[in-house]
Design a protein around this ligand. Structure first.
Ligand code: FBP
Length: 548
């Protein structure tokens, strides 16, 4: 594998571990737990994994002999920086317990378990991937592990490879499924433990016990760097409004974090739009007003951050999407037979009058995007909806109308960006490198202590890494009952931006000033400081031109 100078330098980085995970590790059990809501139903559904205590790891002088164990690992869902470090943490953890332990990776996500597609992860392979971004060591996938026949197919290969425990690295849905699997194997006394690990750049898998999902830190720093670069361009050329959509699925955590880092002129927070029952026109008018105010000062430029899930939070759009979801699910066969050019009219005829009117008012591209296939979890694929174009087109129309009425005298030209895939596989920041390695290491300690149905956890993360607290949280503790695909299901609660939370309040306290002033912050690259052979290199083009 050809490596960049940065990869070579980063490979040598030794991630920091919390003190509790160094030396011999002892599991200390806390109080029994209960689910965040719907306790009776969840207890009934998870009789073997409900109510287990919180676990905290401490280091001890005792020496304990652990037998060799085989462990399996799966990367599930979207990529997030640091996944390779979780795997290297598990590897180092189980090898430290017994050098004959083995780690198997299931290829391309949960499907690899069901299809018996796997590889042994040896020291040589692990070393190639330490502190690198991406999930390419074994690949990832979005197959949902939820059916009994999948669990049984998985069990066959787990038994064949003598695997004692499986670590599923995923978001809220994948960890919910990990818990269902843990319960299934426990109920059948299969002798296979299942441990989850909190991954997603979206930042929406967090709660009282899980401070953050891994990858969020790096992804936000990467996006903030690029937005900062755009803001500098914007402030230099002074002729464009940049509409920047940011990944993050439903939650606006990424947009909010980037706003705090770069101080844009506008950042929309979906959760606020919903709470204030704002219409699409309210949002457009709000943006157009800021554009007009800045134009009045001679500033015909600016930046707008847009969370990718926005349309689902505009109440009227939400109602439209809900009806579309039900309609498309019930009429999938008939819809697939309709010619593309007739699909829009067909949908308009079938929807209720209120939703048909909204659907008809949307630009062609956005209307089409709303009718595309859902992901395997039944979600609209929000990353495919070009909200940045929808908003800028509507703002342009509003400004044209204001111009005719003599209310606006500026010039408006827009540029569009979508940042998502650019940040999901970035080289992990020091935080994510340490955090992920610790999560993996903690997972190995949970396995060694016979735990199942737990999510690996690392807390106190704003302190130096040595003071982090590693342990495990029973997954049932994070669950409640929610309606999914028309049925009530036990799921991990998704964490959206809290309007009473400190990050939103800090943003709300500043945004009016940011809208008027040009007080951009340019965070720069996260690897700005470092060895000269990494950071001070000219481009490859220049090096080749100069014969170096
Ligand atoms: P996860 O929830 O699986 O971590 O996905 C993160 C994410 O990057 C979302 O922000 C985005 O909406 C989605 O994946 C895109 O999915 P895909 O990779 O299938 O295009």
């Amino acid at each position: 594998m050809t490596k960049s100078a940065l990869q070579i330098a980063r490979a040598a980085y030794q991630p920091k571990l919390p003190k509790g995970l160094t030396g011999t590790v002892k599991a200390v059990a806390g109080a029994a737990t209960q689910s965040v809501a719907d306790q009776e139903e969840i207890k009934k559904l998870f009789p073997n994994t409900y109510g287990m205590p919180l676990i905290k790891f401490e280091n001890t002088d005792e020496t304990v002999d652990f037998p060799a164990m085989n462990v399996g690992v799966i990367l599930s869902g979207g990529q997030a920086p640091g996944g390779h470090n979780v795997i290297s943490g598990i590897f180092d953890g189980i090898k430290k317990l017994n050098k004959d332990s083995k780690l198997y990776g299931f290829i391309l996500g949960p499907g690899g378990l069901v299809d018996h597609n796997y590889m042994e992860l040896t020291a040589d392979i692990i070393d190639e991937y330490r502190n690198t971004g991406g999930f390419d060591i074994i690949g990832s996938g979005r197959t949902k592990l939820e059916k009994e026949e999948q669990f049984e197919k998985g069990l066959e290969i787990l038994k064949e490879l003598n695997i004692k425990a499986l670590v599923i690295i995923g978001g809220d849905d994948s960890n919910t499924n990990a818990c269902v699997l843990a319960e299934y194997y426990a109920a059948k006394n299969c002798g296979v433990q299942v441990i989850g690990c909190p991954k997603t750049i979206d930042g929406d898998l967090k709660n009282e016990m899980i401070e953050t999902s891994f990858g969020f830190d790096t992804a936000c720093k990467t996006y903030a760097e690029v937005i900062g670069n755009i803001q500098r361009d914007c402030n230099s050329a002074r002729k464009y409004w940049h509409f920047i959509k940011l990944m993050g699925r439903s939650a606006s955590h990424i947009a909010l974090e980037c706003a705090l880092q770069v101080q844009p002129n506008i950042c929309i927070i979906s959760e606020e739009v919903e709470a204030k029952d704002m219409s699409l026109d309210d949002i457009v008018t709000g943006i157009a007003q800021v554009v007009a105010n800045r134009a009045a000062q001679g500033n015909n430029f600016g930046t707008v951050l847009i969370p990718e899930g926005l349309v689902e939070f505009i109440p009227a759009m939400k109602r439209l999407i809900a009806e579309l979801n039900d309609f498309l699910a019930a009429n999938a066969e008939e819809f697939s037979q309709i010619k593309k050019s007739h699909q829009r009219d067909y949908i308009i005829r079938k929807l209720s009058p209120e939703n048909a009117a909204i659907y008809a008012s949307l630009p062609e591209g956005v209307a089409r995007q709303l009718s595309l296939d859902r992901d395997p979890h039944g979600n609209v694929q929000v990353s495919l909806i070009e909200t940045e174009k929808l908003l800028s087109e509507m703002v342009a129309a509003k400004l044209a109308q204001w111009k005719e009425e003599g209310k606006y005298v500026g010039k408006f030209a827009a540029q569009h960006h979508f940042f998502g895939y650019e940040g999901r596989c970035a080289a992990p920041s020091n935080f994510d490198a340490d955090y992920c390695y610790s999560l993996g290491y903690a997972a190995s300690a949970l396995i060694a202590n016979g735990k199942t149905g737990y999510m690996s956890s690392v807390r106190n993360t704003t302190a130096p890494a040595e003071e982090w607290i590693a342990g495990g949280v029973p997954i049932t503790m994070m669950m409640n009952m929610e309606r999914r695909h028309g049925e009530m299901k036990p799921v991990i609660q998704k964490a959206l931006v809290r309007l009473d939370g400190a990050p939103f309040k800090a943003f709300a306290a500043q945004r009016e000033r940011w809208a008027v002033e040009t007080d951009y912050v340019y965070p720069g690259p996260i690897q700005y400081f470092g060895p000269a052979e990494v950071c001070d290199q000219p481009t490859k083009t220049l090096q080749l031109e100069q014969g170096r």
